[in-house]
Write a protein that binds this ligand. Structure first.
Ligand SMILES: [Zn+2]
Length: 440
């Protein structure tokens, strides 16, 4: 393998038009984020794409072709803040020469692993760029739709945005803008409530251990994926007659493979779902949305609130928000449903804010529980003041500390043993060391 060396200049493909095109633009620039390397003679260029944890291999063909194109045809360039790029002057020919080969390499910063994602000559780059990247780039520059989500946090046009649903008070906190605009979900609040350090490390810094997830979590992901695929199929109107996995002892869904007892338990959970499926008997005119992202904005706190229901559908003029959970054992009956699953409380508040519209008297939040040999359905009415009051209490108790926190102190406990951030948390490791060996 030919040795490569770091390259300081950005590679930029620029296009300057003599007159404005149909979009009113006179200039296009393409860059690719990553670390740049080249052989001494300039014949080989590499782009290293860094990811947290392990190498991210599932990149679209459009993304890879666009990156390769910038590496192959990019001119070493520089730019001042907010200025267009311009070529760097006075470079030796080896730095400005067009390479013959281009590699894009994925690098996992968590485990130090790497993988060559593509290794193409310039002709192949040109062909793949035309086939895969050009259509995607055209859609990107022509796109004028609004897709509210976590990117709303950095959006300068948020104040004038008419697509983003305004929901003052959705987190049940008094107005106040303690810090910069942020986004939050129910799982963020839950993670922070359990341990602020865990929240900070895994959700803000995105540091997660490469250790495999527990069997129960993996099984839950497979069951979720199976049901999502089933519900998303246009022909599916209810799972009451669903044929489960062909081999209950060995099946996979959404890239999550199960085998043996876990697979059989998961297959039995799917059977339990068949009777509880919210789409059973649903009329042909009703709307069904599988795992849609819902986003609303509390302008008084400057917080973007995000939720992804497992399934949303209309029925008789109202909206039904269905969450599905798998568990090895029954719920502990003594604790309120919304405290156990704060995402239900947030769902109640988002629905009560009118994010979905429809007839609020016919709308509800549902929790479907799937156990190995049993299933159950719980309902919450977001139109009942007592339900909304409880949801407000649950969310306020979690959102208040989250919003005010600036230090993210660890809260060591028995959960530390399964914590994804344990590798980076000394207090957690010290706590575990004090436990008798079998408890760790
Ligand atoms: Zn179903």
């Amino acid at each position: 393998m030919v040795r490569t060396h770091p390259v300081p200049d950005e590679w930029v493909v620029g296009q300057l038009l003599r007159s404005p095109d149909r979009r009113g633009a006179t200039r296009y620039e393409q860059t690719a984020w990553g670390r740049r390397y080249a052989s001494s003679d300039g014949g080989i260029r590499e782009l290293w794409l860094l990811s947290f944890g392990t190498v991210k291999k599932e990149r679209s063909s459009a993304e890879l072709a666009a990156a390769a194109h910038t590496v192959a045809f990019g001119v070493p360039s520089t730019a001042g803040y907010g200025e267009p790029y311009h070529p760097v002057e006075g470079l030796p020919a080896t730095r400005t020469a067009r390479p013959q080969r281009v590699r894009v390499v994925g690098v996992g910063c968590g485990d130090g692993g790497s993988a060559v994602l593509l290794d193409w000559d310039v002709e192949e780059v040109r062909e793949r760029y035309t086939e895969h990247a050009v259509p995607a780039l055209s859609r990107a520059v022509d796109g004028t739709g609004h897709v509210p989500g976590s990117s709303c946090v950095g959006c300068k046009a948020l104040n004038g945005c008419t697509t983003l649903h305004r929901a003052p008070g959705v987190l049940a906190l008094p107005p106040g803008r303690p810090r910069l605009r942020r986004s939050v979900s129910a799982s963020d609040l839950r993670a922070h409530d359990e341990c602020p350090a865990h929240f900070h490390l895994t959700r803000q810094l995105k540091l997660r251990s490469p250790r495999p997830e527990s069997a129960a979590i993996l099984r839950g992901r497979a069951v979720d994926a199976w049901l999502n695929e089933r519900h998303a199929a246009l022909s599916a109107r209810g799972c009451q007659h669903m044929a489960g996995p062909e081999d209950p002892g060995n099946w996979s869904a959404g890239g999550h493979a199960l085998i043996g007892d876990e697979a059989r338990t998961g297959a039995r959970m799917l059977t339990e779902h068949a009777a509880l499926c919210p789409l059973n008997g649903l009329g042909p005119g009703e709307q069904v949305r599988v795992q849609p992202q819902l986003t609303c904005y509390d302008p008084e706190l400057d917080v973007v609130v995000i939720a992804t229901p497992d399934l949303l559908h209309t029925r008789g003029g109202g909206w039904i928000w269905r969450e599905t959970k798998t568990a090895g054992n029954h719920l502990w009956e003594g604790r309120s449903l919304m405290r156990t699953y704060p995402q239900l409380a947030l769902a109640v508040l988002m629905m009560a804010s009118g994010i979905l519209g429809g007839d609020s008297r016919r709308s509800r939040v549902e929790l479907e529980m799937l156990y190995p040999n049993d299933g159950g359905l719980e309902e919450l009415d977001p139109g009942l003041p007592s339900i909304v009051d409880e949801a407000r209490t649950v969310i306020a108790e979690m959102a208040g500390p989250w919003l005010r926190d600036t230090s993210y102190d660890p809260n060591p406990g028995r959960r530390c043993g399964d914590c994804e951030a344990l590798d980076w948390c000394r207090p957690g490791r010290e706590y575990l060391a004090t436990l008798p060996a079998p408890s760790r």
